[in-house]
Structure formats: C-alpha cells, structure tokens
Design a protein around this ligand. Structure first.
Ligand code: NAD
Ligand code: IPM
Ligand code: MN
Length: 368
C-alpha cells in the first residue's frame, strides 16, 4: 500500500480489481490494515491504493476531500474500502461530513445494504436465538432524508431561536431504494440457501405524514411489480421493539436514511455488537463503497482492542460484489471459525488483540 493521495497505474492487469483504501480515523486505522491483510491472504486479484483522507490530513492542511477526489475514485477504482471518520480534535465533524456523507451523496451511492447475520448463538444477547434465526438485511436510503443538512438556525442565542432540519424525500429517491429492496429480495437467498420472501417497509407515516405518504404510495406501486414477494409495514418505533423481543421474522427491511442508521445499530446488537456489522454503499454498475457499520470509537482507539471482523467481513462483501465469491467465502468461513473457537477480541468473548485476531483469520484464509 502507498500512502497519501493516490497515484494509480492507468492500466491494471486484466481481471485485477482496483481498490481504494481509506482507513480514516481512530479504530479505522487499526481494523482496515487487518482487512487488507486478509484480502491479501485470500489471494484476491486486487491492486490496493491507500488514501490518507481523515482528521490527521484535515488538521495538517485543511483538506477533507482533495479537488477532483470523488471523480478520481469513480474513474480509477472498482471499489472503495473505508474504515471510519470522527475525531475529538475536529468537534465540527466537518471532515467526516465531507468525506463520508460526501462520498455517499456525491457519488450517488444510494443503497446502503447492511446485512444482519448471527454467526454464533453466544453472540446474541437474546435468549434461545440460534444463527438460523437471524439472517436479515437493512436496506437504507443513503442520499436523502435529513442527511442533506438543509435548513438553518434563526435568532441563534436568543429565547426565540428556531432550528429547522429539512427531511428531503424525492419520488425518484424513494422509488429507486424501494425497487432495490424488492430486487434484492428476488435475487438473493439466505445463508442456508432458502429464498428470501418478504420486504418490510419501515416509516413513521403516522406522524410524518407528507414523507410517509410518499413512501407508502411508492411501496404499494413497486410491490405490485413483484407479486411473488410478501409485503409488510411497520412503524419504526414498533419495529425497534420487535427487533429486541423477537427478530426471527425479519427478512428484507427498507427504510429511510435516518431510521436505517438507527435500526442498523440496533440490529448490530443482535449479531455481537458494532464490531461485527458490515455494510455496502452501492450504486449499481458504478464504483461502490464498503465499510464496517461502526465508527472511529475514539475511546478504544490505539489500544489494539477493536474488533476487526466488521471490517474484514465488509472486505469480503466487497470481493463478492466484485465477482470474487470464492475469496469472499473463504474469508467468511475463516471468521466463522474464529468466532466459534473464540479467536477474537474481548468484545465478543476472546482474548486476542486487533492485530492478532486479524492475523489468525489471515492464516486460516491462506491455509484454505
Ligand atoms: P462508534 O461506533 O465509534 O462506537 C460505539 C460503541 O461501540 C463504543 O462503545 C465503541 O467502543 C464500540 N465499538 C465500535 N466499534 C467497535 C469495534 N470494532 N470493536 C469493539 N468495540 C467497538 O460510535 P460513536 O461512539 O457513536 O461515534 C464515535 C465517532 O465515530 C463519532 O465521531 C461518530 O460521528 C463517528 N462515526 C463514524 C462512522 C463512520 O465513519 N461510518 C459511523 C459511526 C460513527
Ligand atoms: C453510519 C454513521 C454515519 C451516519 C455518521 C458518522 C454520519 O453513523 O455510517 O452509520 O449517520 O450515516
Ligand atoms: Mn450509524
């Protein structure tokens, strides 16, 4: 890997996929090197180029995204592997907003796919839940909602202060994410090979009637194109309760940007915590981005204790997306072995450090 802004060979070896690697801040800088080591151990035909975007770079020269940065990512790379952004030295979080949210919206990575899978019963805080009981996916709209940061603050600092945060829902944006969810349901099986059957749309249309009304109408319209798929609707508050009481019935969940953010952390809790959760930020047919669901976790950063499996499994998701299903399966199987044998970090019951857990998985992968 090289550091700094990328210099990319203009022609890659045939079949070799070009990956931009952006570790970012905090534990992102610890877990991503482990994901890279495992990709290399899998023998994946990739060319990795590292970028130094993040808080250190911002504090050094005020750069968040270099000019032409997103265009270069889209032009020169097949996929992007990201760690996390967020640093107490940048209280405004401006770099995270411009890099992470910028990538999602400016590269139009509209489908945030967050699989929720339980690898081992010991990882689930609920009683009596087995791995076969939890295999669902949260499909989060990734470019609209309240994340556009539209609005303003008026009469700031006075008793009459007003803060307005707009929630943007376009028909195009709502329709494409709902259609993505139905297509995902129609074309993906569960890990045990059984078919996916149901798309659940989650909103808060009883209170947020304007946006909710659009989601409701579009959901019904798109559902009519997929008569073989069952549909279901839940308000987000009731869904949160059900996810904790009995998550066994969930299959494909589609929702807006903010609800998707919240319920995917809740769902991460079912699979062993944020250290285990993976995501893909997808724009079909274009350069897509893969990252663990967790953030930079500043309080545990630099201590070699962060769980690298979310990052490693996100890398596997990226390889599968790039057509390297065999390599992805090797990685997932090795992580499963690590979980079962407790060759893990402490958050999921082991005694290994971040590097040691990564090394264990890499060795397992290279011996397969
Ligand atoms: P966080 O995900 O960083 O941490 C939440 C909790 O989970 C903490 O207790 C943390 O120690 C634990 N945790 C997270 N990842 C872990 C791992 N791999 N192994 C073990 N434990 C892990 O969320 P937060 O504390 O709300 O936010 C911290 C910073 O990260 C903030 O600046 C936030 O904005 C940012 N953030 C960034 C992203 C991203 O870049 N995608 C995602 C979430 C939060
Ligand atoms: C995530 C994160 C981000 C989000 C933050 C860091 C802005 O929580 O990727 O889930 O809200 O999307
Ligand atoms: Mn989040």
């Amino acid at each position: 890997m090289v550091s700094g802004c990328a210099t990319v060979a203009s022609v890659s070896a045939i079949g070799t996929k070009r990956i931009a690697v952006i570790p970012g801040d905090g534990i992102g800088k610890e877990v991503i090197p482990q994901a890279v080591r495992v990709i290399e151990a899998a023998g994946a035909a990739v060319e990795l180029t590292s970028f130094d975007w993040g808080a250190d770079r911002y504090l050094a020269d005020k750069t968040t995204v270099p000019p032409d940065g997103f265009a270069a990512l889209a032009r020169d790379f097949d996929a992007i592997l990201v760690g996390a952004f967020g640093d107490p030295r940048v209280p405004s979080n401006i770099h995270a907003k411009e890099i992470l949210l910028g990538m999602r919206s400016k590269m139009d990575l509209y489908a945030n796919v967050r699989p929720v899978r339980l690898m081992d019963a010991s990882l689930c805080p609920l009683k009596g839940i087995e791995p076969r009981d939890i295999d669902f996916v949260v499909i989060r709209e990734n470019t609209e909602g309240v994340y556009g940061d539209l609005g303003g603050v008026f009469k700031q600092g006075t008793p009459d202060e007003v803060a307005i945060q707009e929630d943007i829902n376009t028909r195009k944006g709502v329709e494409r994410i709902i259609r993505y969810a139905f297509e995902y349901c129609a074309s993906n099986t569960k890990l045990d090979g059984s078919a996916r059957r149901r798309v659940l749309m989650c909103d808060k249309s009883n209170a947020m009637t304007h946006a909710g009304g659009l989601w409701q109408r579009v959901f019904k319209e798109v559902a009519a194109e997929f008569p073989q798929i069952e549909t279901q609707h839940m308000y987000v508050d009731a869904l949160a309760m059900q996810m904790v009481r009995d998550p066994r019935g969930f299959d494909v969940i589609v929702t807006n940007n903010m609800f998707g953010d919240i319920i995917s952390d809740l769902a991460a809790g079912l699979q062993g915590g944020l250290g285990m959760a993976t995501s893909g930020n997808l724009r079909p047919g274009k350069t897509s981005m893969f990252e663990p669901v967790h953030g930079s976790a500043p309080t545990i950063a630099g201590k070699n204790i962060a769980n690298p499996f979310g990052a490693i499994l996100s890398a596997a998701m990226m390889l599968a997306h790039l057509g390297m299903a065999g390599e992805a399966q090797k990685i997932e199987a090795a992580v499963l072995d690590a979980v079962r044998q407790k060759k893990t970090t402490a958050d999921i019951g082991g005694t290994l450090g971040t590097r040691e857990a990564g090394e264990w998985v890499a060795q397992k992968v290279s011996s397969r």
